[in-house]
Design a protein around this ligand. Structure first.
Ligand SMILES: Cc1cc2nc3c(=O)[nH]c(=O)nc-3n(C[C@H](O)[C@H](O)[C@H](O)COP(=O)(O)OP(=O)(O)OC[C@H]3O[C@@H](n4cnc5c(N)ncnc54)[C@H](O)[C@@H]3O)c2cc1C
Length: 433
């Protein structure tokens, strides 16, 4: 019996852990094309700024891997021969499987404007990208960054930390419009500007210019030209579904899977950024591009690949991130939908955030300590907590568990409500009782 896992990211590794937790004997082979194997992708942002050493990106030790007892082969899988239950390796040779997992992740949506192939045009998907950026980032030189989600901001801050002059271009009139409200966007923008980033709103790149094969400027839709030595983009991501689609598996924007994470072929599973997962509670198939769901899906699929029957129940999307140095937690449904700067979905993002909930909004705080609640009829639907994080754990539980808030709803919606006090008081009472 052989289990094959394509992808050495968190979803793939989590599946190995799950399989081994119930079956010490079955053969497991992981296939991956990343020269660095498994590492923390969210950590790449901190690696770029210099806050995290490259060794800290690798959380697993040699002993951890040998305990899991699986073989790893570095290869780019070319295809799947479903009839013969085999994957086709990079060298064209087949490798048979009994159960197969596609944990192939996602890649940045490419820039398609003229000049996109010039040296000095960069994105941030892998450790190799971060290493390439560090080679190109020269103190005193100028970088232009475009894109509206977390990764674009991380690129801007990373390049700034490396001593570059940074221009940040947004197609929209404010930062991450699909997820943040206006005040939150403005807080992030003000902090970026204080750090020295120059922000240009309503600015769309139509051409990247170069000399001797290297970037030396960009041209905007309104005709403006900006000189630069490096151009970084993060305008959205696209699930890596090519081998699934070519094998005839059902795909939409991601590889479609049922609640057991099975594709349209019951011996093939898909998880993580590559998968569009059916959520039995909402009846929708959604993309989450978040670390924790990838890990949870990988674990559930791994168990199912051993013969267990383990549905994946989508949890409320939750992400603690840093926006312009400000710790920010985003939970549940908070957004307003479309975002001109992000194509579909961004790194560290969830489609659920972008739902427009039929709800009231309460907010309190000022600038760096701010909480926004999205309030449904009888429970909280979502929250954004910026700065002080003492509310983030209670809110995560209250939202995930759909805790009834009838007793405090009116107080939360009062003008100048002391939201933090009301929530903490209610939470502590519920824990005590
Ligand atoms: C810069 C950055 C910042 C992020 N920040 C956050 C954050 O703050 N919070 C958060 O929750 N999430 C964040 N994310 C997203 C998070 O890292 C992903 O959701 C998560 O890594 C997805 O895991 P995965 O295993 O599905 O895919 P991946 O980690 O992308 O792994 C997929 C692997 O499959 C391999 N592969 C693909 N196709 C093939 C093939 N044909 N043959 C062989 N191998 C193949 C790839 O090389 C890759 O190694 C961030 C991501 C990035 C890049």
């Amino acid at each position: 019996m052989r289990r094959i896992i394509i992808g050495s990211g968190v979803a793939g590794l989590s599946a190995v852990e799950a399989i081994r937790s119930v079956d010490r004997g079955v053969e497991i082979i992981m296939l991956g094309d990343d020269p660095h194997g498994y590492y923390s992708r969210p950590g790449l942002a901190y690696f770029l700024t210099g806050e995290l050493h490259d060794k800290a990106l690798f959380p697993k030790t040699r002993e951890d891997y040998s305990r899991l007892n699986f073989s790893y082969k570095k290869t780019r899988v070319k295809g799947i021969d479903r009839k013969n239950k085999a994957v086709i390796l990079g060298d064209g040779s087949p490798l048979t499987y009994d159960k197969l997992l596609l944990a192939t992740g996602a890649l940045s949506v490419p820039m398609t404007v003229p000049g996109a192939n010039l040296q000095g045009v960069v994105k941030l998907d892998h450790l190799e990208d971060a290493l390439a950026i560090l080679k190109l980032a020269k103190r005193g030189r100028t970088a232009v960054v475009t894109g509206g989600g977390i990764t674009a901001l991380e690129l801007a801050e990373g390049l700034l930390a490396r001593g570059m002059k940074v221009h940040y271009l947004l197609r929209a009139s404010r930062y991450w419009r699909g997820v943040l409200d206006e005040r939150e966007s403005r807080i992030v923008e003000a902090r970026l500007q204080e750090e020295g980033v120059e922000i240009h709103f309503r600015s769309e790149v139509v051409e990247i210019q170069g000399r001797s094969g290297r970037v030396n400027g960009i041209c905007l839709l309104d005709g403006r030209v900006m000189k630069c030595d490096l151009f970084a983009y993060a305008v959205g991501i696209q699930p890596r579904i090519d081998i699934a689609r070519n094998a005839g598996l059902a795909c939409d924007r991601g590889i479609l899977v049922n609640e057991y994470l099975q594709t349209s072929d019951p011996d093939i599973y898909a998880v993580g950024d590559a998968a569009q997962v059916y959520d039995p509670l909402s009846g929708r198939s959604v993309l989450d591009s978040l670390w924790s769901p990838a890990r949870e899906q990988g674990f559930a699929a791994g168990l199912n690949m051993t013969g267990q029957v383990k549905p994946y129940i989508k949890t409320v999307p939750f992400n603690v991130t840093r926006l312009a140095g400000l710790t920010t937690t985003i939970i549940g449904a908070v957004g307003h939908g479309g975002d001109e700067d992000v194509v579909g979905i961004a790194r560290g993002d969830s489609e659920t955030w972008r739902q427009l909930p039929d709800a009231a909004v309460a907010q309190s705080g000022f600038d760096v300590n701010r909480v926004r609640l999205v309030i449904g009829e009888d429970h909280l639907l979502g929250a954004v907590v910026m700065g002080d994080q003492k509310l983030s754990t209670p809110l995560q539980h209250m939202i995930a568990e759909k805790m009834n808030i009838a007793l405090i709803r009116d107080r939360l919606l009062m003008k100048d409500a002391r939201i933090a006090d009301v929530i903490l008081d209610y939470w502590m009472r519920s824990q005590a009782g």
